[in-house]
Design a protein around this ligand. Structure first.
Ligand SMILES: Cc1cc2nc3c(=O)[nH]c(=O)nc-3n(C[C@H](O)[C@H](O)[C@H](O)COP(=O)(O)OP(=O)(O)OC[C@H]3O[C@@H](n4cnc5c(N)ncnc54)[C@H](O)[C@@H]3O)c2cc1C
Length: 533
């Protein structure tokens, strides 16, 4: 028999968004909150060491490890899609880069009718979340739960990348989250004293002692329970038994861009034909649930370096590896503080564009695939990421079994704009890699290699080697058109007592890394939920 418990709010998913909600909604002590997380506690030590990021790609206890279906634009290859399955969600396994996107992203959301989501509206929430190590200014806040810090390992290669970009005419930019994003500079990361600041660390830990907040790990939500068109409870499985958590006020779905639409579809909210095909009773025919999936793709150039100064040289040398470990243990600095990028650049592939359409992530190491062994030679890499892809995909359940992985289709490179941006981005990146400041660090281009030179060859390289930057969004898109899933207050359209709060509600992808934007969304949602409560 199913055991029933009752709270004011039941939150599904303790990821980037879910941990923010859990903290904010339980803060004044008036509301009782249940936070359900399918994964375990964040006790894996590699979660907390930035470079440990590489160890988490295949850690299946904390990673859903999804795969796309064969991608037509990538020659039928499937693309690995890691997602956090642990307290902190993807913020516990991500690359830690703090990049909010462009002001124009949020003004575009607003321009599409999403009142309250223009840049001036969302900036206060970015600032509220933030504890900026450089201090407060017009764009940054201090005193918030989320620490944002400068790199603990400013290496010469990453600095040379910035100088080389400037030599090609790209402006220097000290703050990608300031007045303008365009330019080359160092990234900032969500870390404190060299340790990862996931939302589990930044938001959940400080709230854990509250007796009105209850956190359940290893608890997989199977279904939202409805009374007519109102969500009233969540059914979840924990240690083999089925339990029901009733929500007096609201059910808040924070499962991320893949799992949130999956849970809604499993619960009878989604495209009616898909639900019927799997024998699921239709609560609401909502064709937009799982529609409009977007992701950032990246294509990486690997360069051989004549000097033994890359991370490959440290990781592959037993003594240097031990010294790096000891330095980190003693001072929390050095190579172990590196994550998914050190320096980078934002530029336009076409002068007619208003804002950059490409982001470069520079890394002082190289590998065939993220999460695999570093190359045995001295090498570094830099990847091209198109910031506003036009390609759209979908997320659909494959089965009525809540434990089965969903069908993920991104349709990378399915439009001409996307194909051209990637090819032009690679050409500009090559110019940077050939600029004077990097010349003493370059032996040769290892991949794709200079033989790959025409536009057609570069596009084929994108198809052969392109992969994700891990930023799926927009599967429960905010808006007011027929395919929009949530309204401007993130309430599910056509259903009461239910909001979606995570990367899936973005009207479209922001031109940056998505974690900061998700945290902002959850900060703003918390205010709206409390106002409506
Ligand atoms: C490898 C990787 C690298 C990345 N690098 C960066 C980066 O450098 N910078 C950046 O800004 N962004 C980065 N991102 C993206 C960023 O981390 C995500 O956009 C963000 O964390 C998404 O937040 P979310 O709340 O939407 O989902 P998540 O953080 O993924 O949270 C969803 C949570 O819900 C849980 N859940 C799902 N379904 C259920 C269920 N049925 N029952 C119970 N629990 C459930 C999941 O286990 C998970 O904990 C990266 C992501 C990955 C995976």
């Amino acid at each position: 028999m199913s055991k029933t418990i009752e709270f004011d709010y039941v939150i599904v998913g303790a990821g980037s968004a879910g941990c923010v909600l859990a903290n904010r909604l339980s803060a004044d002590g008036k509301n009782s909150v249940l936070l359900l997380e399918a994964g375990p506690k964040d006790s894996n030590i590699w979660i907390h060491v930035p470079l440990g990021y590489g160890k988490l790609f295949k850690a299946k206890k904390v990673n859903w490890m999804y795969q796309t279906e064969p991608e037509p634009g990538l020659g039928g290859r499937t693309v690995f899609q890691p997602r956090g399955k642990v307290l902190g969600g993807s913020s516990s396994i991500n690359g830690l880069l703090y990049v909010r996107g462009q002001h124009e992203d949020y003004d575009r959301w607003r321009q599409h009718g999403n009142a309250g989501w223009g840049f001036d509206d969302v900036l206060p929430y970015f600032r509220k979340a933030e504890h900026q190590a450089r201090g407060a200014d017009d764009f940054h806040g201090v005193g918030g739960p989320l620490p944002v810090s400068d790199l603990g390992h400013p290496d010469p290669l990453s600095a040379a990348f910035i100088e080389a970009a400037v030599e090609t005419g790209i402006p220097r930019n000290r703050d990608f989250n300031g007045a303008t994003q365009e330019g080359a500079g160092f990234f900032q990361t969500t870390t404190r004293h060299g340790r990862r600041a996931s939302t589990a660390v930044a938001y959940l830990r400080p709230a854990k002692g509250r007796n009105n907040l209850h956190v359940e790990t290893a608890a997989l939500a199977q279904r939202i329970v409805f009374d007519g068109h109102r969500a009233v409870a969540v059914e979840y499985r924990k240690t083999g038994s089925l339990r029901t958590a009733r929500a007096r006020k609201e059910v808040l779905v924070c499962g991320g861009a893949y799992n949130s639409p999956q849970l809604l579809q499993l619960s009878g909210v989604g495209p009616a034909d898909l639900l019927r095909k799997h024998g699921i009773g239709v609560v609401l025919d909502a064709p937009g649930v799982g529609h409009d999936l977007q992701d950032h793709m990246q294509v990486r150039i690997v360069t051989r370096c004549p000097k033994k100064i890359t991370l490959n040289d440290i990781v592959n040398h037993p003594l240097r590896r031990i010294l790096a470990g000891a330095r980190y243990a003693a001072f929390r600095t050095g190579p172990l503080t590196i994550a998914a990028g050190t320096s980078g650049a934002f530029f336009k592939t076409n002068p007619r564009l208003a804002t950059p359409d490409i982001q470069i992530h520079f890394l002082p190491f190289s590998t065939d695939k993220m999460g695999e062994k570093l190359h045995s030679f001295s090498g570094f890499s830099a990847s091209v990421c198109q910031l506003r892809p036009e390609s759209r995909g979908s997320l659909r359940i494959k089965s009525a079994d809540p434990a089965a992985a969903p069908e993920i289709r991104i349709n990378y490179l399915s439009t001409e704009v996307d194909r051209t941006a990637n090819v032009e981005g690679l050409k500009i990146l090559r110019k940077i890699l050939q600029a004077p400041s990097l010349s003493s660090y370059v032996t040769e281009e290892f991949e794709p290699g200079i033989k790959v030179s025409t536009d057609e060859e570069l596009l084929n390289f994108c198809r052969r080697r392109g992969s994700t930057v891990y930023h799926p969004t927009s599967t429960c898109r905010m808006g007011s058109d027929p395919l929009a899933v949530v309204d401007q207050r993130l309430r599910l359209r056509g259903i009461g007592g239910l909001r979606v709060v995570d990367a899936s509600v973005m009207p479209d992808l922001v031109s940056g890394n998505t974690n900061a934007a998700v945290i902002m969304i959850a900060e703003k949602a918390s205010d709206m939920i409390l106002e409506d409560g």
